[in-house]
Design a protein around this ligand. Structure first.
Ligand SMILES: *Cc1c(COP(=O)(O)O)cnc(C)c1O
Length: 368
């Protein structure tokens, strides 16, 4: 007997970085700080309250959570006009973006992105039977708007996925680039429809001064969607909450493809508890940004190439044999990520102690 596995899935392995038990974990861009005690207390109280109602299905449309996410996003980005009808959420922004492909991709359609970028994007395309087209970024990992627009006109993708700040390079898109792409994609999709332009801002809170969020462009562009997550800045990767802001018509299309009650009552309660303490969590974000800039400066001082980062990680190199450097760090208890362009490695920003362990290990391994 054989299982009737889809031919395109034969031999494929599940995606995921190694989960190893070592002292210094700097490989999946987690926030190194545990949620502060005041958040833990709020979570416990919220879950206790929600537990009494677990015999019932949760609020399917979770309008309270969506309104609170809209409020947070307005404060964080300075954008106007956000409300519950313009926000969507799911179990991580990966699920939110899968909803986008479920609603707007599909057989005969194409999703497109600019590499190197997040390795999950082609998986959303594969899982929704959407074609996949990838275009290389410029040598400095930026996206050239003229070249991008020409390629979009040629390929006519239903969806474009653009990470800003990008993973694994840390590169943020200038707001002018996003604006030009949004203006150029009103009729570049299938049959003269728009292309849905997804700006994945998973790392937005870590961006440097003077980099506005694409959320500020939403009022003029009903085919723009900005994805965010609580996994990184909110120190909430384990809670699995991601969200997206877009025009109400776009959000309504996502409501069609979601599974019923996809966001559990516990998840909704836990998300709202953290949102009520967003200000406390911002302090950790500031500490991580400082540590990131210090890491870039240190790497350059030691003669490495370090890519400018607006995120909570740094892509650095270059190594003729990056595997042996990665292994050397691991042998010293420091797990980073072997990803991105050949010759580069990516390190997530940890606590000052963790970054000291990283610097010591790298110095030993490379003699820098
Ligand atoms: C971490 C990350 C996400 C967030 O994933 P979640 O499912 O929300 O945990 C999204 N996009 C990129 C580019 C990321 O690196």
């Amino acid at each position: 007997m054989t299982l009737p596995l889809r031919p395109d899935l034969v031999g494929l392995e599940p995606y995921g970085a190694p989960q190893l038990d070592v002292p210094t974990l700097l490989n999946v861009n987690e926030n190194p700080y545990q949620p502060p005690e005041v958040v833990v207390e709020a979570v416990v109280a919220a879950v206790r309250e929600a537990a009494h109602g677990l015999n019932r299905y949760p609020d399917r449309d979770f309008l309270d959570l969506r309104a609170e996410l809209a409020g947070y996003l307005a404060t964080e980005s300075g954008a106007v006009g956000l409300d519950a009808s313009r926000v969507w959420a799911a179990n991580g922004s990966n699920e939110v973006m899968l909803h986008v492909l479920q609603a707007f991709g599909g057989p005969g359609r194409v999703a497109m992105s600019f590499a190197p970028t997040y390795s999950m994007y082609p998986e959303y395309a594969r899982d929704t039977l959407t074609g996949w087209h990838v275009v290389p970024r410029e040598p400095d990992f930026s996206v050239d708007p003229d070249a991008a627009i020409a390629e979009i006109r040629r390929v006519r993708p239903a969806v474009v996925l653009l990470a800003s700040p990008n993973n694994p390079t840390g590169t943020a898109l200038p707001i002018e680039t996003t604006r030009r792409l949004a203006e150029a994609t009103r009729d570049t999709g299938p049959d003269g429809a728009a292309t849905v332009l997804v700006v994945d801002e998973a790392y937005a809170e870590f961006r440097r001064e003077g980099t506005p969020s694409a959320v500020t462009l939403l009022p003029e562009h009903p085919h723009l969607a900005v994805a965010r997550t609580m996994s990184k800045a909110f120190a909430y990767a384990g809670a699995r909450i991601g969200y997206l802001a877009a025009a109400p018509e776009l959000v309504d299309a996502l409501r069609v493809v979601r599974l019923p009650y996809h966001l559990s009552a516990v998840t909704q309660a836990v998300a709202r508890a953290a949102l009520a303490h967003a200000d406390v969590l911002q302090k950790q974000v500031a500490a991580i940004r400082t540590e990131r800039d210090a890491c870039v400066a240190w790497l350059r001082e030691r003669g490495f190439v370090a890519v400018d980062s607006d995120a909570n990680f740094v892509l650095f190199g270059t190594f003729a044999d990056r595997r042996s450097v990665w292994q050397g760090l691991l042998d010293r208890g420091v797990l980073i990520r072997e990803t991105g362009p050949e010759q580069y490695l990516r390190v997530s920003i940890g606590t000052p102690e963790e970054m000291a362990a990283f610097r010591d290990a790298l110095t030993e391994v490379t003699g820098a």
